[in-house]
Design a binder for this molecule. Structure first.
Ligand code: NZQ
Ligand code: ZN
Length: 380
């Protein structure tokens, strides 16, 4: 097990009654609140009114930043920073998914900063979160992923000031998700768990065993949610597994491997591909490509996550069966996109995607730009 530092200060209120804790959380912060949200789902579900009622009852002055788009853009961050400076915001309340939360995090550290939001994060405006889609784990981590469409860059900015002060996780808020968004979230969660788990060291220790349990839980809850979208236990497990995946606990002692995410990010930045949809195509293709270098770990993944019987099979054969089971789950059971063509990504952009891919996040096998092009070609 590698040495590690573990820290996570987020206070979590979890359950069907979690929203009842909003007033006590609001009471801890000053009067000026910036309410941030996306394209309008919270208005359609009635959540917007519930949140506004709580804010009014707490005597807050409420300012709003709406229309935060999936793959949130730098322009939206600057808009929020202006609002915070103008109205002396005491709390940013993000209501939505990873895009709304990430944009709010960048605003939180950018508003008090002298330079640009990614240059100096010496402090941050407090951030609270009401989560509506289990996917990114942003509600429990210190990362914000922001896209600059002008340059084709989608970058991850880390700072301890980006940790939310509180996160309200009510699984019933996810019942209204369209199926494709629920699936994007499941794929993203599985992808996070695999990025952490399919990396050295290969000893058998707590972090690996927790990650396997999290993957089995995610798969079982996904299967139930597909059949019955209002199955509370299934939704609750999807929500908590996605948050748990990136709370830091599953990094402990691991090298981690974020190369699939690094290949997906330019696809989002160049073609506005939904993050989970891009990963559904790229991550299995990446694992197939590195299969021989990671065979013992992928064989364990096959046995302990997918229940593959190892009898009479080499590690390489087990590994291949595990990846096949993952593809069947993503593409056949969940109906996630299986090819770049299905995402509208043209072959002509592969060299540009490879150029924009950060190649430093590997674990078992370092890729070159040519390797990235070959992976993209294989999943076209
Ligand atoms: O914008 P609205 O109208 O709210 O609709 C959203 C959006 O269209 C909709 N939605 C969310 N909750 C809903 C709902 N519709 C109906 N009912 C609900 N309850 O879902 C759509 C997608 O929302 P978004 O916030 O974009 O999804 P997600 O949570 O998957 O976030 C994706 C972003 O997070 C980044 C991704 O790269 C992407 O930019 N990530 C952030 C990470 C982090 N901070 O640690 C890690 C991840 O790997 C990821 O990179
Ligand atoms: Zn992700």
């Amino acid at each position: 097990m590698n040495d590690f530092m573990y820290y996570n200060p987020v206070r979590v209120h979890f359950g069907a009654d979690a929203m009842s804790h909003l007033p006590e959380e609001l009471g801890k912060f000053g009067a000026n609140v910036l309410l941030t949200y996306g394209g309008g789902s919270i208005k359609r579900t009635g959540l917007y009114e519930r949140v506004l009622d709580a804010l009014r009852a707490a005597g807050k002055s409420v300012y709003e930043l709406s229309g935060i788009m999936p793959n949130p853009r730098t322009e939206k961050v600057y808009e929020g920073i202006e609002l915070c400076r103008k109205h002396k915001i005491d709390l940013i309340l993000a209501v939505g998914g990873g895009s709304t939360i990430d944009c709010s995090k960048a605003i939180a550290v950018g508003a008090p900063a002298e330079g640009d939001f990614w240059e100096s994060a010496e402090t941050g405006i407090p951030l609270g979160v009401i989560l509506t889609i289990p996917a990114t784990g942003s509600e429990l981590d210190k990362s914000a992923v922001i896209t600059n469409f002008a340059t084709g860059e989608k970058n991850c900015y880390d700072s301890e000031w980006e940790f939310p002060r509180f996160a309200i996780l009510d699984p019933t808020l996810t019942y209204s998700l369209p199926k494709n968004q629920m699936v994007n979230g499941i794929v993203d969660t599985m992808s996070h768990l695999m990025e952490l788990y399919i990396s050295p060291p290969d000893d058998d220790f707590l972090t690996d065993n927790l990650a396997e349990a999290a993957m089995r839980t995610e798969i079982a809850a996904a299967r139930r949610s597909i059949v019955e979208p209002t199955d509370y236990e299934a939704r609750a497990n999807l929500m908590w597994t996605s948050s748990f995946a990136l709370c830091g606990m599953l990094n402990n002692g691991k090298k981690t491997d974020w190369e699939s995410h690094c290949i997906e990010h330019p696809l989002s930045a160049l073609f506005d591909v939904a993050h989970g949809a891009g990963l559904a195509v790229v991550h299995p293709a990446y694992l197939e490509y590195i299969c021989e270098s990671a065979a013992p770990r992928l064989a364990r993944f096959a046995r302990n996550v997918w229940g593959i019987d190892p009898a009479g099979k080499s590690e390489s054969e087990q590994a291949k069966e595990g990846i096949a089971a993952l593809k069947k789950f993503f593409h056949e059971e969940l109906g996630a996109p299986a090819t770049l063509r299905a995402l509208g990504v043209p072959e002509s952009c592969f060299a540009r995607v490879a150029e924009l891919t950060d190649l430093s996040c590997y674990s078992y096998r370092q890729l070159t730009a040519d390797d990235v092009i070959e992976i993209l070609r294989r999943c076209y």
